[in-house]
Design a protein around this ligand. Structure first.
Ligand code: ADP
Ligand code: GLC
Length: 467
C-alpha cells in the first residue's frame, strides 16, 4: 500500500507544536506496519541547510491560469522517504506560517500551491499513491483538487484528512477561492482550507475520541459543527501516541540522568539540575513545569491569575517555557518578576530543555481550554510528572483524576482561576502524601500510549477505503 503524507511540520526538520511529533511518529509506525509511506512538506527557509540526495524533479502546472513551477527534492538519510517542495518566493521564509507576530497574508495561496504541486508531482511519478493522507488545514486544498481537478487523472487515489486542531481553519475570501481554483458548494458556510478538507476527504479523523465528540457541537467546532455532523459516518477519533525513540526517560539522549519506574534516582537528579539551571534553591518543594505554545487554547487566561494568587503563599516552584502571543509573554514575565524565589519563565523554543522540564517536574501544568489530543500530558505521564489538566478533549481521554479508581494525575473542569487554584491545592496536598504520590507517579509511568495502536487504527481505515 502506497501512502503519501502531506503535512506542514515534521519532527527533526520543522516544528511549531505537536503536529510535527505526530506526523513523524505516525509515518514511522506505518512504515513499520509494512506501508510504503512517503512524506512531502514545503521547503521553508529554515530547511535550506538540510542535506539532500542528488536527484530532484521539477514540477510545472497552472493555478487559475497562472503558470507555476517548483522543485521537489529528497532529504538524505531518512528512514521514511521525505520530499521537500521548493518554491523560494512562497516558502523561502524562515518560519512556516507567520513572521513571529502575524500570519503571512498569502497563506491560502502558499498552501493551495503546495497541495496542487504535490498532486501534479504524483501524476508525473512512477510511484503513485493509493492514498493521500493530509494533516490539518494546510493540506485541505489537496482533498478538493483530488476530487475535482485531478479526479480524472488520479481516479483511484483516496484521501484521509486528520484534523489535529480544528481551531485553525485558514478562512478564504471569494477572491482566494477563485484564485486558487477551489470549488465550494456550501453557500451557508464560510469557506476555509480546513473545511475543504472536511468536505472532500473520503475519511476524516481527529486525534482523540473525546475531541471527535466535541467537534460535533459548538463552540468546539468553531462554526463547523454542521459539517462534522454531516460527515459523521466517515469521522472518527484515533488517539496519538508517544514516540519512545524520542520520549523515554530510560534512554532519552537529551538527559544526563536517566530513570524508570523501578529506579527514580535519576529523576531527582534531573530536578536538581533544573533548579540549578534556574538558580532556584534545592529544597523539597514540589516543582510544577510546563512547556507549551502561549495561546488562548492552553488556558493561560485563567492559569496566570490562579498562579498569581497561589504563589503569594505556596511553597512550590514553577518553571514555564513557551513562545507565542505577546500578551501572555508579558504577563508571564511580570509574574516571574513578582515571584523571583518561586517562578521562572523561559521565553524560547528549546527542544533539549523541554525534555529536561518533563523529566524534572513533579507536576505538569496543562489546563487547556480545549485540547484535540495533547502530547505533553502523555510525555509527562511517561516521565513521572503528574499532569494537572482540565478535563477536555484528549486530556480527558488520557489522564485519570484523583476521584477516579486509578488516578494518574489531577483534573478540574471549569475554565476559571478558582478551579485551577483548587487543583493546585490538591496537588500540594498529594505531594505531602509521599506513598500515594509515588504510587500515582509509577502508575502514570506504566501507561501505554504507543503509536503502534494508532498506526493499526489508521491502517484499518486505509484498508476499508481501498477495498
Ligand atoms: P500543541 O500541538 O497544541 O502545541 P501538544 O501537546 O500536542 O500541543 O504538543 C506540543 C509539542 O511541542 C510537544 O512536543 C512540546 O514539547 C513542544 N513544544 C511546545 N512549546 C515548546 C517550546 N517552547 N520549546 C520546546 N518544545 C515545545
Ligand atoms: C495539535 C493539537 C494537539 C495535538 C497535536 C498533534 O497541535 O493542539 O492537541 O496533540 O496537534 O495531533
Amino acid at each position: 500500500m502506497r501512502v503519501l503524507f502531506l503535512c506542514s511540520e515534521y519532527e527533526g526538520l520543522i516544528k511549531t507544536g505537536g503536529l510535527a511529533d505526530a506526523t513523524r511518529a505516525l509515518a514511522v509506525a506505518l512504515q513499520k506496519s509494512g506501508v510504503d509511506v512517503r512524506v512531502m512538506l514545503p521547503r521553508y527557509g529554515a530547511l535550506y541547510d538540510v542535506a539532500l540526495t542528488p536527484d530532484w524533479q521539477s514540477v510545472y502546472f497552472s493555478l487559475a491560469g497562472e503558470a507555476m513551477g517548483c522543485a521537489v527534492r529528497q532529504v538524505a538519510a531518512q528512514e521514511v522517504p521525505l520530499y521537500l517542495l521548493e518554491h523560494h518566493e512562497l516558502f523561502g521564509r524562515e518560519r512556516p506560517y507567520d513572521d513571529g507576530l502575524h500570519g503571512y497574508p498569502d497563506n491560502a495561496r502558499r498552501f493551495s500551491f503546495f497541495c496542487k504541486a504535490a498532486l501534479q508531482w504524483c501524476l508525473e511519478q512512477d510511484w503513485k499513491p493509493d492514498l493521500i493522507h493530509g494533516h490539518d488545514w494546510q493540506t485541505g486544498a489537496a482533498a478538493c483538487y483530488l476530487k475535482t481537478l485531478y479526479a480524472a487523472a488520479l481516479p483511484n487515489c483516496r484521501f484521509v484528512f486528520t484534523v489535529h486542531n480544528g481551531a485553525y481553519q485558514q478562512p478564504l475570501s471569494m477572491a482566494e477561492l477563485y484564485a486558487n481554483e477551489l470549488s465550494w458548494g456550501l453557500p451557508q458556510l464560510r469557506p476555509s482550507l480546513l473545511a475543504c478538507g472536511l468536505v472532500y476527504a473520503d475519511k476524516l479523523v481527529t486525534v482523540s475520541q473525546g475531541y471527535a465528540a466535541e467537534l460535533l457541537e459548538e463552540p468546539a467546532a468553531n462554526g463547523l459543527s454542521q459539517l462534522y455532523q454531516q460527515r459523521r459516518q466517515d469521522f472518527s477519533g484515533i488517539l496519538n501516541g508517544v514516540d519512545d525513540q524520542i520520549w523515554d526517560p530510560a534512554i532519552d539522549p537529551y538527559l544526563t540522568h536517566h530513570f524508570s519506574p523501578v529506579d527514580l534516582t535519576g529523576k531527582l537528579h534531573c530536578k536538581q539540575q533544573l533548579l540549578r539551571h534556574c538558580k532556584l534553591p534545592d529544597t523539597d518543594w514540589p516543582l510544577f513545569v510546563s512547556v507549551s505554545r502561549l495561546t488562548g487554547q492552553k488556558g493561560y487566561d485563567y492559569l496566570i491569575p490562579a498562579l498569581e494568587q497561589w504563589l503569594t503563599s505556596a511553597q512550590a516552584y514553577v518553571v514555564l517555557m513557551g513562545t507565542g502571543e505577546p500578551l501572555y509573554v508579558d504577563s508571564l514575565q511580570q509574574l516571574a518578576l513578582k515571584y523571583p524565589h518561586q517562578l521562572r519563565f523561559i521565553h524560547g523554543f528549546d527542544e533539549a530543555l523541554s525534555h529536561l522540564l518533563e523529566a524534572a517536574g513533579d507536576f505538569f501544568l496543562m489546563p487547556s481550554l480545549f485540547e484535540p489530543c495533547g502530547l505533553n500530558q502523555l510525555y509527562s505521564l511517561k516521565y513521572g510528572t503528574l499532569p494537572l489538566v482540565r478535563a477536555t478533549g484528549g486530556l480527558k481521554d488520557t489522564v485519570q483524576g484523583l476521584d477516579q479508581p486509578q488516578p494518574t494525575g489531577i483534573r478540574f473542569n471549569e475554565p476559571k482561576p478558582e478551579a485551577v487554584l483548587q487543583a493546585l491545592q490538591q496537588a500540594m496536598a498529594l505531594y505531602q502524601q509521599k506513598e500515594k504520590f509515588l504510587q500515582i507517579r509509577k502508575r502514570g509511568m506504566q501507561q501505554n500510549f504507543d503509536w503502534g495502536s494508532a498506526a493499526r487504527a489508521y491502517l484499518a481505515l486505509y484498508q476499508q477505503l481501498l477495498n
